[in-house]
Design a protein around this ligand. Structure first.
Ligand SMILES: Nc1nc2c(ncn2[C@@H]2O[C@H](COP(=O)(O)OP(=O)(O)OP(=O)(O)O)[C@@H](O)[C@H]2O)c(=O)[nH]1
Ligand SMILES: [Mg+2]
Length: 294
């Protein structure tokens, strides 16, 4: 009989390279929100892939940036934690990009004692020539890594990476029950679904000034009743979120509800409110309340 394998496989890389898209491709569920804007992911999100004799604990993390305010510092703490407990590192880059701007993180990758799989993503956007240049460059820059070329969006090369992960995984009993998909509570996914629509529909600093707090999540037999607050930093932002006669907010509500109905497989009643919570991004107590300080 084969021994059971389990371990932490942590995805790290620059903003917007496709980390969340890859995580969802592995898990087969829309656990992490995805948008074309950088800094979409703010937390470390666990996605669990279970098999009879393995359990892969994938972590999606925020893209690596130089923090400018407290929220971003907390985001980088999630990245740090992902370096600390990884059994395997997945360093995701996209075709055409250079190494991480953060030298300390980059050195951690190149000096890593654990296996590093360097995944060149978005190869659907390039050609053979670009890819062979990238392969050569990354092999020189990160000689300790095994390199794969993938398209997370088109699910190309993803199963090859997954098979290699299973080979490299240490022997261990499972860490979580075999029917568990993530460590985050239901309310977290509600917050994220709403935040995704805000990232998509609002410009400039608005999405980055927003946090969601789901105050009520009440599951009945045929329906889930949810009440969430959209927190902004300024009164002017509140007006923008609500829009003319509430039209902008209504659109967010309708679209988020549709996604949540798919996610939970149940009818959803979603009520949204907007509140001003001045400078929450720089307030340690508020950040802790929203789950940013570990
Ligand atoms: N063409 C192409 N686009 C991709 C691929 N993978 C991801 N994308 C797109 O890249 C954008 C960013 O994807 P995300 O998965 O949100 O990237 P991320 O690295 O999680 O971004 P942050 O959370 O902001 O750090 C989205 O518009 C995706 O659709 C790919 O393989 N090919
Ligand atoms: Mg992401």
């Amino acid at each position: 009989m084969t021994k059971h394998k389990a371990g932490f496989v942590n995805i790290i890389g620059n903003p917007n390279v496709g980390k969340s898209t890859l995580m969802n491709a592995f898990v087969g569920e829309r656990l992490s929100i995805i948008t074309s804007k950088a800094q979409t992911t703010r937390h470390r999100i666990l996605g669990i892939v279970n098999g009879d004799d393995f359990q892969v604990l994938l972590s999606d993390t925020p893209g690596i940036i130089k923090p400018a305010y407290q929220l971003q510092e907390s985001m980088m703490d999630f990245v740090k934690s992902a370096f600390e407990d990884a059994d395997i590192l997945l360093y995701l880059v996209e075709l055409g990009e250079k190494e991480l701007k953060d030298e300390a993180f980059f050195n951690k990758i190149t000096n890593s004692k654990i296996p590093v799989l360097l995944l060149i993503n978005k190869i659907d956007k390039g050609n053979e020539e670009l890819l062979s240049e990238a392969l050569k460059m990354w092999q020189e820059k990160v000689p300790n890594a095994e390199i794969f070329a993938i398209s997370a969006l088109q699910n190309f090369g993803v199963s090859e990476v997954f098979n290699r992960i299973i080979e490299l995984l240490p022997e261990s009993p499972p860490f979580y029950p075999k029917d568990q998909l993530t460590d985050k509570p239901e309310r977290f996914f509600v917050n994220e679904a709403i935040r995704e629509k805000i990232l998509i529909h609002y410009k400039k600093e608005i999405p980055y000034s927003v946090e969601i707090d789901t105050e009520e999540f009440f599951e009945e037999e045929n329906i889930i009743r949810i009440r969430s607050v959209i927190m902004v930093e300024r009164e002017t932002q509140k007006g923008i979120i609500i829009g003319h006669k509430g039209s902008a907010l209504k659109r967010v509500g309708i679209e988020a509800r549709k996604d949540l109905e798919k996610f939970f497989g149940k009818q959803i009643h979603l009520e949204l409110y907007v509140k001003v919570n001045k400078d929450w991004r720089s307030n340690e107590r508020q950040l802790r309340r929203f789950g940013y300080n570990q």
